[in-house]
Write a protein that binds this ligand. Structure first.
Ligand code: PHE
Length: 342
């Protein structure tokens, strides 16, 4: 029996297997229940004790040899089809890498920042959780002032009964921090996220983004404000753009105004975006209230200043004609990928 096993051993060694089908034939012949190895084990069981030890060793070697050969070839055949070198076309273009695109809010924010930086405005960002002083009181909005209702506020529960902290309702809070911490001349813009307790709809959200601006120096006039905003509007919406200021009210500016630009979509001929008026509102502004300067220890007899503030979403919605603010926050890739990298 030992000799037979040795012969089988060399036979297994010399078998050449070239395909999966061959390998299956090999398995059936040697390793299946009806295969040669099983039959040999059956024979082995009835051997006399003296023979068993040596034959057993050879038989195990044979079994391992067959199994190893099978495992090795199985792996080789299943490890993917090898492509012959001659079939590989190295001149073919590679699969394109998918680039992300910037969020439209970031694109417009960067554009606004860039325009103002060209005329000497620096940039300052600060906290979104603010104390009452910086968000309201310092801005000439003392407690119980009815204008606090202009912006519905999220309060943060403090340790004491009455909350001292709010989610900032505008980035005017950063203007206060800037004026408290530096001396005029100050020429700075303040981009950031703000929060208001609004019902979410196509036109309003409980958070959005602003860029506010501030210029404080000796002899800063309303004419400077107008000229700065005209420059911004023409850079943002095109050379032909005109601006119009309508009197308005903000507690922290006096006088105050709202600014419209000529409709850049229909060239003021009248369309759905400008509601056939030829004008679209883009921001609020005014001369910094002397009380606000004094609150920040800036001499209001020596210095004057202007301030303005705009919603980035609003500008982006006008620019890209987006009719639902919620699209900005849904992260739908089909929406976001429409905005090319900028
Ligand atoms: N803080 C105002 C707002 O959030 C905008 C504004 C800023 C108006 C500066 C006038 C001057 O609506």
């Amino acid at each position: 029996m030992k000799d037979r096993i040795d012969k089988f051993f060399s036979e297994i060694e010399s078998i050449e297997i070239k395909s999966k089908e061959h390998l299956e034939e090999f398995r059936l012949k040697w390793l299946s229940k009806k295969g040669i190895v099983t039959a040999l084990f059956d024979e082995f069981k009835i051997l006399a004790n003296e023979e068993r030890k040596e034959v057993g060793r050879h038989l195990n070697d044979l079994k391992n040899k067959a199994q190893e050969k099978f495992n090795h070839l199985k792996e080789e055949f299943e490890g993917g089809e090898e492509i012959p070198a001659s079939d590989i076309d190295l001149t073919k273009p590679a699969e394109p890498i998918a680039f992300g695109s910037r969020h439209p809010i970031s694109i417009v924010r960067n554009q606004i920042v860039e325009i103002f930086s060209r005329i000497g405005f620096t940039i300052k960002e600060d906290r979104e959780i603010e104390d009452d002083w910086h968000n309201f009181s310092a801005l000439n909005l003392p407690e119980d002032h009815p204008a606090r209702d202009m912006q519905d506020t999220f309060f943060i529960k403090g340790q004491r009964e009455q909350s001292e902290f709010v989610l900032r309702t505008h980035t005017s809070s950063v203007q206060i921090r800037m004026m408290e911490n530096s001396k005029p001349p100050i020429r700075c813009i303040f981009p950031g996220r703000v929060y208001r307790k609004e019902n979410i709809s196509a036109r309003a959200h409980c958070f959005f983004h602003q860029v506010e601006g501030l210029y404080v120096d000796e002899n800063v006039s309303f004419a400077d404000l107008k000229q700065t905003l005209l420059f911004f509007a023409q850079e943002m919406f095109g050379e032909e753009t005109k601006i119009r200021l309508r009197p308005s009210y903000f507690p922290f500016t006096e006088p105050s105004a709202e600014v419209d630009v000529t409709c850049f979509i229909c060239a003021s001929k009248g369309c759905a975006v400008c509601k056939h008026s030829g004008w679209v509102e883009i921001l609020g502004c005014g001369m910094v209230h002397p009380k606000v300067l004094e609150n920040c220890k800036i001499d209001s007899k020596k210095y004057t200043g202007f301030a303005f503030g705009m919603g980035i979403e609003r500008i982006a919605m006008l620019k890209y004609q987006i009719n639902d603010i919620r699209l900005f926050y849904e992260n739908d890739i089909r929406f976001l990928s429409q905005f090319k990298r900028a």
